[in-house]
Ligand binder design. Sequence first.
Ligand code: G4P
Ligand code: MG
Length: 176
Amino acid sequence: MNKHHYTYQEIHRLAQSIASRVNESGFNPDVIVAIGSGGFIPARILRTYLSKPILAVGVVYYDMNDKPMEYPRKVQWIEEAEKQLAGKRILLVDEVDDSRVTLEYCTRELLAYHPAALAVAVLHDKRKEKRGQFPPGVDQVFVGQTLDDVWIVYPWDAIDIDEHDRNARARPKEGL
Ligand code: G4P
Ligand code: MG
């Protein structure tokens, strides 16, 4: 699959643009929930602009052999989630909306705690047929960039960050 590399600088700018839209929308989250591990760094950058606390969840959809399982599973969840999330305005953050299966799973789980509002923020959304969907109760979805169905290479996956950045500079303009 076509690989598209993104630098930390580009990710930071994308997160800043998402934060601006969150602020302009008046959504006004009380808490950021980050889906690990891809959502951790984007959530932290959003926090710089939104100044809200981050809670983290860990969900796996791929097994040890990198095969998709029947449904996503929690590997880590929020302690006393009911207390921490009931009546709160939640911004759920992940790096990419791919199949949407994990995002559907997490939004459904969070809605069970009766938040006052729930929005989703992702750096990238891929144009493709989605297997999951956002349940009613997801008020807004903030997307940094919509891309074709390419393979996105994030800087935090880089072994050699300089080579990664060179690849990002050589990225075709299309699909930016
Ligand atoms: P979705 O609901 O957000 O669409 O997620 P989905 O379950 O389809 O994604 C399965 C895993 O594949 C997720 O990682 C997701 O981050 C990763 N993924 C999908 N497309 C890309 C891509 O283009 N580039 C990269 N780098 N990853 C992609 P995960 O199992 O949650 O692992 P983690 O890396 O977040 O820890
Ligand atoms: Mg992920």
